[in-house]
Write a protein that binds this ligand. Structure first.
Ligand code: BGC
Length: 599
C-alpha cells in the first residue's frame, strides 16, 4: 500500500530518514530508500572547542515564532510524520504470497477437511485502540494510564517504546479498511478509546474524538466490513478509574446501528495480574484505601468491572432495547494436570475458578465460585441479591481469548496450607502453572521473548472448548462461544531487517492452521456451538509492556513508512476461511498453495 500523503519537512523528515536506514529497502515512501551518508567531522577553522554546561544557562533562547504553526511543527518532530487523515489509494487486486517452494502449512485435522461453517459465522481480525491508533495527544484526546506508563515509569516497557504512534491507524484507517476489504475479511474486532471520546473519563465529550469514530464507522460500513466493538481494552482515562457506564452508554447510543457485536470489557482477568503489583499506588493517587495494590485491589477491580458490565448489559437490553449480542472477553487457557494425583486435579480446578470462574457469574447464579469465597474470605467483596440477579444471564455468548495452554500442579506445601495463609507466594490461587509437559518436554514451540507466556498448543483449544460448554459453564452450550482472540508472536521477528525474512512467518502460520482446524473440529465433530473466530492481530502493534518489538500481526507494519504487508500467516488464515466458510467474502486473489496432506 502506498497512501497518498505528504511527508512534512523539518523534524518529521529527519525522523523518517533516520528510521529508513533500518527499514527494508524499497518499501518506504515519501523519502529516499538509500541511507543518509555518515556525517564527517572536519576541523572547522570557524569554531574552537568548548565545554557545555546547561545548568549554568540563565535563560532560554528566544523563539522567533510563537504561532500555532510553530507549535505544530515542534509536535511534528516528536510524533508521527503522518498526522492528518490519509485518503486511501487503490488496493492491489493481487498480493505477493507464499508459493510452491514453501507452500502453506497443511491441515492438522483431516476429518474436518470438508466441513463448512454457516453463513452467519463471524470471523475476522482484531486490534485494540491503544495498541494501534497512535495519535496519542491528538485532537483533544486525554491521556490514558497506558500513555502514562511508557513515558513516566522507567523500564516498564521492555524496549522503552511508546504507543504514541504505533501503527498510526487513527490517520490510516481508511487504507486499513480498504485493505480488509481487498483481503476479503468479513469482520473487524476493534476497540474505542475512552479517553479520546471523554478526555477526563467523565465530563465533556471531545467532539473531534467522536467525529473520528463517526467517520471510522461510516468508512467501515462503506467497505462492507462488520464491526465488532469492545468498549474498554485497558486504556483507562488517567483522570479516573470509574464512570465507565456513562461512557459505555454514550458510545452504544451513538454507534449501535453500525455494530454487529458489543463487548463491554476486554479480559477483566487482568485485574489479577495488574493489581497485585499495582504501580500506580506510588505514582498516582490510589482510591478506596487500596494503597499499593495486592490481592484486595485485584478483587475489588474484578468486582466493579463485573458490576459495570452487568449494569451496561441490563441498560442495553431493558432500557435502550438493544438487539445486538453483548458479552465481555475472557482471558483463559486450557489447563492440564501435571500428574494423575487428586491434588493436581484440584490445582487444575482452582486455576479454572480463579480465571474463568471469577467472572462466571453471568453463566451461574451471579455469584463467585465457592473456592474463591472460602479462600479469600473478606478479601472478596460480596454482591447483594439484586446485584447477583443483575449479573446472572448478563451475556449473550461466551467470548474466549484462548491463546495457549498450561500445566497445573499443587504447590509444594499443599493447597490447604497455602489457602490458609494469605502471605503464601501462591495465594490465593494456590496452584502452580508451568509450560512443560509432565515428562519435562515443552508443551509446544515458544513465542517471542516478549511473550514468554505464549506457547503454540493447537491440541489444547479443542478439548478446552468442549470443557467450557459441556462441563464448566453448561449454559454456554445454547448461547454459543466465540474465540474472540488467538494469535502468536514469532520469536525474534523484530530482529529481522529485510521484508523477505519477515513475511514467511512459519510459526504463526502453523499456529493459525492448527488452532483453526481444532476449533472447527470442536464445532463439527464435538458439537460445540462455536459461532465466531477472530485472529489477533490485524497487524503488528504496541504489545503493552513488551512495546513495539514483540509482533503479533498477520500483516507487517513498516514503522517508518507505515505500509502494511500481509505475512504468510494472513494467507494461511484467509485460505482456511475460503475453504471452510460459507460466507464467501474471501476473494480468489488470496489463494496460496497448501502443502501436502498429513498422513
Ligand atoms: C490482549 C491483547 C494482547 C494479546 C497478546 C490479549 O490477551 O487482549 O491486547 O496484545 O493478548 O498478548
Amino acid at each position: 500500500m502506498a497512501p497518498s500523503v505528504t511527508v512534512k519537512l523539518g523534524g518529521a523528515t529527519l525522523l523518517a530518514a533516520s528510521a529508513l536506514a533500518a527499514s527494508p529497502s524499497g518499501y518506504g515512501y515519501g523519502g529516499n530508500s538509500t541511507a543518509a551518508p555518515s556525517p564527517t567531522i572536519t576541523s572547522d577553522a570557524g569554531y574552537s572547542a568548548t565545554t557545555f554546561n546547561t545548568a549554568s544557562a540563565s535563560t532560554y533562547l528566544p523563539l522567533p515564532d510563537f504561532s500555532n504553526e510553530q507549535l505544530a511543527f515542534l509536535w511534528d518532530q516528536v510524533y508521527a510524520a503522518i498526522n492528518t487523515t490519509v485518503s486511501p489509494t487503490p488496493e492491489p487486486s493481487v498480493f505477493p504470497k507464499p508459493g510452491y517452494l514453501h507452500p502453506l502449512v497443511p491441515a492438522y485435522v483431516s476429518e474436518v477437511e470438508n466441513a463448512k461453517l454457516p453463513s452467519d459465522f463471524l470471523w475476522g481480525v482484531a486490534s485494540a485502540a491503544l495498541q494501534v491508533e497512535g495519535a496519542a495527544a491528538a485532537e483533544g484526546k486525554g491521556p490514558s494510564v497506558w500513555d502514562f506508563i511508557p513515558h513516566r515509569w522507567v523500564n516498564a516497557i521492555a524496549d522503552n517504546s511508546t504507543a504514541d504512534v504505533a501503527a498510526n491507524s487513527y490517520y490510516l484507517y481508511k487504507q486499513d479498511n480498504a485493505r480488509l476489504k481487498a483481503l476479503g475479511i468479513q469482520s473487524y474486532s476493534f476497540t474505542i478509546s475512552w479517553p479520546r471520546v471523554i478526555p477526563f473519563g467523565k465530563g465533556p465529550v471531545n467532539e473531534e474524538g467522536i467525529a473520528h469514530y463517526d467517520d471510522f464507522f461510516v468508512n467501515l460500513q462503506e467497505n462492507g466490513i462488520k464491526g465488532v466493538v469492545t468498549l474498554f481494552h485497558w486504556d483507562t482515562p488517567l483522570a479516573l478509574f470509574n464512570n465507565y457506564v456513562r461512557y459505555a452508554k454514550l458510545i452504544i447510543e451513538r454507534y449501535d446501528k453500525y455494530v454487529t457485536v458489543w463487548y463491554t470489557f476486554n479480559e477483566p482477568q487482568y485485574c489479577n495480574w495488574r493489581f497485585p503489583n499495582y504501580p500506580y499506588g506510588t505514582l498516582l493517587p490510589s482510591y478506596n484505601g487500596i494503597g499499593a495494590g495486592g490481592t484486595k485491589a485485584a478483587f475489588l477491580c474484578g468486582h466493579y468491572t463485573l458490576l459495570a458490565h452487568a449494569e451496561v448489559y441490563n441498560w442495553y437490553k431493558n432500557v435502550y432495547k438493544g438487539t445486538k449480542p453483548m458479552s465481555f472477553k475472557n482471558s483463559a487457557n486450557w489447563i492440564i494436570a501435571n500428574s494423575t494425583s487428586a491434588a493436581d486435579a484440584e490445582a487444575v480446578s482452582r486455576v479454572n475458578d480463579f480465571n474463568m470462574g471469577w467472572f462466571g457469574g453471568p453463566w451461574t447464579d451471579g455469584d463467585y465460585p465457592a473456592s474463591l469465597r472460602s479462600t479469600l474470605g473478606d478479601l472478596l467483596p460480596t454482591f447483594t441479591q439484586a446485584q447477583k440477579d443483575m449479573i446472572k444471564g448478563s451475556a449473550d455468548f461466551y467470548a474466549l481469548d484462548g491463546y495457549t495452554a498450561n500445566v497445573a500442579a499443587a504447590p509444594p506445601n499443599g493447597i490447604a496450607a497455602c489457602a490458609a495463609n494469605s502471605s503464601d507466594p501462591n495465594y490465593p490461587q494456590c496452584a502452580v502453572t508451568a509450560t512443560v509437559q509432565p515428562d519435562g518436554f515443552p508443551i509446544g514451540p515458544n513465542s517471542d521473548p516478549g511473550a514468554t507466556w505464549l506457547w503454540s498448543t493447537p491440541g489444547g483449544i479443542r478439548p478446552y472448548l468442549s470443557f467450557i460448554v459441556n462441563t464448566y459453564f453448561p449454559k454456554v452450550a445454547s448461547k454459543g462461544i466465540v474465540v474472540s482472540e488467538f494469535g502468536f508472536s514469532d520469536p525474534y521477528e523484530s530482529s529481522f531487517n529485510t521484508l523477505g525474512q519477515i513475511l514467511w512467518d512459519l510459526r504463526r502460520a502453523d499456529y493459525m492452521q492448527g488452532y483453526l482446524d481444532n476449533i472447527l473440529a470442536a464445532r463439527a465433530l464435538d458439537g460445540v456451538n462455536v459461532t465466531g473466530i477472530f485472529a489477533w492481530a490485524i497487524y503488528d502493534n504496541f504489545e503493552w509492556n513488551s512495546g513495539l518489538s514483540t509482533k503479533f500481526g498477520l500483516q507487517y507494519v513498516n514503522l517508518t513508512s507505515q505500509e502494511r504487508h500481509p505475512k504468510a500467516s494472513m494467507f494461511q488464515f484467509l485460505n482456511w476461511f475460503k475453504l471452510h466458510g460459507e460466507d464467501t467474502t474471501a476473494t480468489a486473489n488470496i489463494t496460496a498453495p497448501i502443502g501436502h496432506k498429513r498422513m
